[in-house]
Design a protein around this ligand. Structure first.
Ligand code: MLT
Length: 239
């Protein structure tokens, strides 16, 4: 069956209502999706994505630190008063085990919360792109990729990751009904598939992260298919 496959290039590039009842994959390779995957792989009970700090403030004020961990950044820098920033290499398994993580990031959690009307919302990065593609093969419905990007702009690493998933999903033969955004992502992947790490390292956000001394995060976030997890958002919690 032919179904729509489309892609939005940043976290504000879609109308929230348009995703109601749809299947959505949110991608923020550097770094929110990679951080979520790492926290869950370390045994976190779930991750609560928070859109902005005015929401986070009241929500986090009285949280029991033995049960909740607050993580987040603005412009790449750890939010004052939070336990951790948004670096997947910053925390250890013991920091996350059996904890609920509250996460607020510049673009990634904005994309997730704005897409929360979706029926199925999955979190993807290069760390689990293969597992996400395998899972999507079991569904037969319209599919929307949301590439978190950076402040209304696109981020090449997110689009490359979407292209990888599309290629795994359709074996290179995109359905005729594939929209332009998804075709561009697939084309990017085909032209760069042998130098994924190089392309990510050359991206604008990698350069911002290097300036903040997060070079090791970039390398880590390029590890293709490190995890076999497909986190999904249900009732406001990613598990
Ligand atoms: C974001 O949500 O914009 C990113 O994850 C930023 C970051 O690298 O921390």
């Amino acid at each position: 069956m032919e179904y729509t496959v489309d892609l939005f290039f940043n976290s504000r590039a879609f109308v929230e209502e348009e995703l109601r009842g749809k299947t959505v994959v949110v991608i923020d390779v550097l770094r929110a999706s990679s951080t979520i995957l790492t926290a869950l792989s370390y045994g976190a009970k779930g991750v609560v994505p928070i859109r902005d700090l005015s929401e986070a403030g009241p929500f986090t004020r009285n949280l029991d630190p033995t049960r909740f961990v607050m993580c987040g950044e603005r412009d790449g820098v750890k939010i004052d008063g939070f336990h951790f920033g948004n670096s997947p290499l910053e925390f250890q398994p013991a920091d996350m085990e059996n904890k609920t993580v509250v996460l607020s990031t510049t673009n990634g959690t904005m994309a997730i919360t704005r897409a929360s009307l979706a029926k199925n919302l999955y979190i993807a990065s290069l760390l689990n792109a293969g597992a996400v593609a395998e899972h999507l093969k079991t569904l037969d419905q319209d599919l929307f990729f949301i590439c978190a990007g950076w402040k209304n702009r696109l981020s090449i690493e997110d689009i490359l990751c979407a292209g990888y998933i599309l290629n795994e999903l359709f074996g290179g033969n995109l359905p005729e009904s594939t929209r332009d955004g998804a075709r561009v992502a697939h084309g990017l992947y085909v032209s760069c598939k042998d130098r994924i790490t190089e392309v990510v390292q050359a991206s604008n956000h990698a350069s911002r992260l290097r300036d903040l001394n997060y070079s090791a995060d970039i390398e880590y976030c390029c590890e293709l298919n490190k995890f076999n997890l497909v986190p999904a958002l249900r009732e406001g919690i990613i598990k």
